[in-house]
Design a protein around this ligand. Structure first.
Ligand code: ADP
Length: 616
């Protein structure tokens, strides 16, 4: 049946709160044990205080020795004063530790897979945002503060239950009555007072839109366009609109429901009137002594702590990143995994990497996991060892995808990429990537000194300077100057200067032993002459390597020994510039189109002749 104990247990184990506490206990066992122990002490204080007070009053009434009663009272009193502060410190420490553990787990999940599919999947964005931003205070208090909310909620709940259990001595029906009375508030007020739905997709989407508009307005990257396109009012409207929506969601979720509040009040008043009425009656009637009356009245009062607090809200907030990370660990590992090697990596193929390799795409078909159809289809292409090959084709033709497959960031669905006749999947991945120097369109601008931008893993100054010189980037900045204005002595580079630095990084890697070079439109930000010149330099300094270049500038493309036109996922034409021109096919058409465009420009340019010569 649907409600078998195993199933209920399974559902309980899968609940976010359970997963949170499990993660907490496994991640930082010692500290978690101390936190639970202190929580227990705090939870027992109200019941202990009721008992100790009753004991003391009883002794005073009886006129007997007060030492033991005072000692008990003193212990409970000290515990009540000391335990919250200590618990708070332990909780904050625990929260910090848990945050670090979750951060580490996200780093491992992101960096672990050999491929990049897991970071290109839109459907993981929500989890990724939750897992990354949970400690920034946007979706709720940071973990180290939230631990205190959780502690308070649990202390009250458990303390209330403990207090009500003291009443077993008074009447068997008293504890269940109070549990039901005060417990009903959890059910009746569960949608009031606090915003529990902070992590719904709608809230996350509204928050992402708000943050994005906020970033666009406050970061320099968009400043120019915002002004030039007159986007400021639109941006402001977008920001306030989404923020308003966010507040509306919050408001809708947190309104006090008047009926539930009235219902809760009636139940609580009725149960307490019954309890205290019977207690008073028995007290007057003499069937309960003063000690018992004091104890039970105190316990009755203490049981009120069961009433609805912020526990579930705090727990929801704390559990969300745990659940998100647990999900991401599974999904990212799956999405970022490369297909298993068909055979174990060949040790011989991993190290013989100094010679320029022949690169061959053999009947390669590839579809992105989230794509609708194949980007590459039965593509065949050979780059001879030591040759330079330029790939041209329209936007979306699959050029960058080809580059990604060569880096083995994805594996083809069928066919293979062969390096000197060996399937890339049979090569040691790290060894292959160390042989490959690549610059992508969206290369990284490391906020690090120029030296580290050229050689992130370190290299001799002579190598760094040599690479910078070959990339035409010598003298851009001091080698030790950070390349970001926000740092002391920081230097801001232009887009074109950054591209030269990125090229220097690839050249330095070639000096360090890489024998294959991949340039995916690395110079799109340079002017035509700059690109042409730099590509000449790069080809010169990487002459011994096999070079694959993606570019749409024909002045650059024609410098390559071989040119391949990619269209609809296939290698449509392959040959030298002269061969492809003679063919009068797609290359010829594209070349002609670009040439005529620049021809028109020539009439406007006083250096026209020279410019056209550079372009063609
Ligand atoms: P090119 O470099 O020739 O401009 P790409 O190789 O970048 O083209 O893209 C080829 C096609 O693959 C495009 O239709 C693009 O939308 C799609 N595509 C690129 N990256 C992804 C991805 N991560 N997931 C799904 N589709 C993608």
């Amino acid at each position: 049946m649907a409600t078998s104990p195993a199933r209920i247990l399974g559902e309980l184990r899968a609940r976010p709160a359970t997963r949170f506490f499990r993660c907490l206990t496994r991640s930082v066992p010692g500290l978690a044990a101390a936190w639970w122990l202190l929580l227990l002490v705090r939870a027992l204080v109200p019941a202990g205080l009721a008992i100790a007070t009753g004991l003391l009053v009883g002794r005073v009434q009886a006129g007997s020795d007060l030492t033991a009663a005072l000692a008990v009272f003193g212990v409970v009193f000290v515990a009540s004063q000391v335990s919250p502060s200590v618990h708070q410190v332990v909780g904050a420490l625990l929260g910090h530790h848990l945050s670090s553990v979750l951060n580490d787990r996200l780093m491992a999940a992101s960096l672990g897979p050999d491929g990049v599919g897991h970071l290109e999947r839109g459907d993981l964005t929500n989890d990724l945002t939750t897992a990354r931003d949970f400690d920034l205070g946007w979706t709720g208090p940071p973990m180290f503060i939230n631990m205190d909310f959780i502690a308070q909620g649990l202390v009250m709940l458990l303390g209330g239950i403990a207090s009500s259990l003291v009443l077993v001595g008074f009447a068997w029906w008293a504890p269940p009555l109070l549990l039901l009375g005060w417990g009903s508030t959890h059910w009746l007020l569960r949608e009031s007072g606090v915003w529990r739905d902070r992590n719904t997709d709608e809230v996350k989407a509204a928050r992402r839109h708000t943050d994005y508009a906020y970033d666009l307005a406050t970061e320099p990257a968009a400043a120019k366009e915002v002004r030039l396109f007159g986007l400021a009012p639109w941006l402001l409207e977008r920001f306030t609109g989404h923020r308003l929506h966010l507040h509306q969601l919050q408001y809708d979720a947190t309104r006090l429901r008047e009926r539930s509040l009235a219902g809760a009040l009636v139940i609580v008043l009725a149960t307490n009137a019954l309890l205290f009425g019977v207690l008073a009656h028995r007290g007057y009637a003499g069937s309960l002594d003063l000690r018992a009356v004091v104890t039970y009245a105190g316990a009755g009062f203490g049981s009120s702590a069961i009433a609805f607090g912020g526990l579930s809200w705090a727990l929801d907030g704390a559990a969300a990143p745990v659940v998100a990370i647990e999900r991401l660990e599974v999904e990212m590992a799956r999405a970022g995994a490369l297909t298993a090697s068909r055979v174990a990596p060949r040790p011989s193929s991993t190290t013989s990497g100094s010679a320029a390799p022949e690169i061959r795409f053999r009947d390669v078909t590839f579809t992105y996991p989230t794509g609708s159809g194949p980007v590459l289809e039965h593509l065949d292409l050979t780059v001879p060892a030591g040759a330079s090959l330029a790939i041209v084709g329209q936007n979306g033709a699959g050029k960058t995808t080809l580059a990604k497959l060569l880096c083995r960031l994805y594996d083809p669905d069928s066919g293979s990429i062969e390096i000197d006749g060996v399937d890339l999947r049979e090569l040691d991945l790290v060894a292959w990537r160390s042989r490959l120097a690549a610059v992508f369109q969206d290369f990284v601008r490391y906020e690090l000194p120029l030296r580290d931008n050229v050689a992130p893993l370190g290299a001799d100054t002579s190598v760094v300077e040599g690479a910078l010189e070959q990339a035409g980037a010598l003298g851009l900045a001091e080698l030790d100057a950070p390349l970001a204005k926000g740092y002391p002595g920081g230097v801001e580079l232009s887009g074109g200067q950054w591209q030269r630095v990125a090229l220097a990084r690839a050249i330095a890697k070639v000096h360090g032993g890489a024998s294959a070079v991949l340039l995916d439109e690395p110079t799109a930000m340079l002017d035509v002459r700059g690109e042409s010149e730099i590509f000449r330099r790069v080809l010169g300094s990487t002459a011994a390597a096999t070079t694959v270049l993606v570019s749409h500038r024909f002045s650059t493309v024609r410098q390559a020994e071989l040119i391949c036109v990619v269209e609809q996922g296939r290698a449509l034409e392959l040959g030298t510039h002269d061969e492809l021109m003679a063919l009068r096919g797609r290359y010829f058409t594209m070349y002609d189109l670009q040439a005529s465009r620049f021809h028109d420009e020539r009439e406007l340019d006083e250096h026209g002749e020279e410019l056209v010569h550079d372009h063609l």
